[in-house]
Design a protein around this ligand. Structure first.
Ligand code: NAP
Length: 298
C-alpha cells in the first residue's frame, strides 16, 4: 500500500511555481496577483482564505483580501466583483463559499469574469472542461488529477466510482475521469444520496473518489482488494483532547480501508494541500491569459 502524500506533492508544485515567479521577476515582468473576497466570519472559511494568502506569499505572488460583513447585500458584493473584474492589476480572484443566505451564490459565480475565475466555477469554464477544451479546472479535482498523474496510477479502462455530486468536487471529477487522455479514459459511476446498494457499486471499483462530508462513510467491506482510494472529506469532529477542541476527519475509515487499498490519500495531508497548489497553478494560468489579452490590446 502506498500513501499518496499530497503535502509532499503540493510542496513540489509550489517550488515549481516559485521558480516560474522568480523567472518573471528576473525578466522584469509583473508577478501573478490573486485576490480573495470573503463575506462573513465563518471560521473554516477564514482559515481557508488565510492559508491561500500564505501560499501566495510562499511562491512570490501578490495577494489581496477583501473582507465584507456577513450582512453585505448581494448588490454590494456584485459591485465588488465588477471592480475586481475591471482591475487590471488582478489576474484571478475567488469568492470564498459558502455565502450568507441573503446572497444568491449562482448569481455571484456568474458575475465573475470567466478569465479571472481561478476556482473554475463559472459555467463557461465548466462547459469548456466538459468539452475537453482548455479551461480553469476546479482546484480540488485538478489536484486529484495531478496526484494520480505524479504517482503514475493507471486510469485507462478502470472503473472509477465517485461518491458525492457537488459542483465543486464530485460532478467535475466524474467528468474529468471519463475524459480522453491521462488521467481519464475511466468508466465512471457517479453516486449520491439516492444511490441504491452503494456497497455493490463501490466493491466493483478500481478507483474510489469520495466527497460526502460524512466521517468514515467508506468502510473496508465496501472496497475491493487493491483499490485506489481518494478521500476528499474534511469534517471537524469535536475532540476535547485536541488544543483546538476538534480533529479533522476524512470520509474514509482509513485504518481499515488502507489494509486493502493499493494507494490511499490520508486526511489531513492528502487532497487538501493539493487544492491550494492547484489554485496557485490556475492563478499562474490566469496571469498568462491576462498578459496575452493585454498584448493583443496594445
Ligand atoms: P457537499 O456539497 O457537502 O455534498 C455532499 C455530497 O455527498 C452530495 O452530493 C450528497 O448527495 C452526497 N451524499 C450525502 N450522503 C450520501 C450517501 N449516503 N451516499 C452517497 N452520497 C451521499 O459536497 P462537497 O462540497 O464536495 O464536500 C464534501 C466533503 O469534501 C466535505 O467534507 C468538504 O469539507 C470536503 N471538501 C474538501 C476539499 C479539499 O480541498 N480537500 C474541497 C472541497 C470539499 P446529494 O447530492 O444527493 O445530496
Amino acid at each position: 500500500m502506498t500513501i499518496l502524500d499530497g503535502k509532499k506533492v503540493s510542496n513540489e508544485i509550489q517550488e515549481e511555481i516559485a521558480l516560474e515567479v522568480q523567472k518573471m521577476k528576473n525578466n522584469g515582468e509583473k508577478v501573478p496577483h490573486l485576490a480573495a473576497i470573503i463575506v462573513g466570519n465563518d471560521g473554516a472559511s477564514l482559515t481557508y482564505v488565510n492559508s491561500k494568502v500564505r501560499a501566495c506569499k510562499r511562491v512570490g505572488f501578490e495577494s489581496s483580501e477583501y473582507r465584507m460583513s456577513s450582512n453585505t447585500s448581494e448588490l454590494k458584493l456584485l459591485a465588488k466583483i465588477e471592480e475586481l473584474n475591471k482591475n487590471d492589476d488582478i489576474d484571478g480572484f475567488i469568492v470564498q463559499l459558502p455565502l450568507p443566505p441573503q446572497i444568491n451564490t449562482q448569481k455571484v459565480l456568474l458575475a465573475v469574469d470567466a478569465d479571472k475565475d481561478v476556482d473554475g466555477f463559472h459555467p463557461t469554464n465548466f462547459g469548456k472542461m466538459s468539452l475537453d477544451m482548455s479551461s480553469f479546472i476546479p482546484a480540488t479535482p485538478f489536484g486529484i488529477l495531478e496526484l494520480l498523474e505524479r504517482y503514475d496510477i493507471p486510469t485507462k479502462g478502470k472503473h472509477t466510482v465517485v461518491i458525492g455530486r457537488s459542483y465543486i468536487v464530485g460532478r467535475p471529477m466524474s467528468i474529468l475521469m471519463g475524459r480522453q487522455g491521462f488521467p481519464g479514459n475511466s468508466t465512471v459511476t457517479l453516486t449520491h444520496e439516492f444511490t441504491k446498494n452503494i456497497t455493490q457499486i463501490t466493491s466493483q471499483a478500481d478507483i474510489i473518489i469520495i466527497a460526502v462530508g460524512i466521517p468514515h462513510f467508506l468502510k473496508a467491506e465496501m472496497v475491493k482488494d487493491d483499490a485506489v482510494i481518494i478521500d476528499v472529506g474534511i469534517t471537524r469532529v469535536p475532540d476535547d483532547s485536541k488544543p483546538r477542541g476538534y480533529r479533522i476527519s476524512g470520509d474514509v475509515d482509513f485504518e481499515n480501508v488502507s489494509k486493502k487499498a493499493s494507494y490511499i490519500t490520508p486526511v489531513p495531508g492528502g487532497v487538501g494541500p493539493m487544492t491550494i497548489a492547484m489554485l496557485l497553478k490556475n492563478t499562474l494560468l490566469a496571469k498568462e491569459t491576462h498578459r496575452a489579452k493585454q498584448l493583443q490590446k496594445d
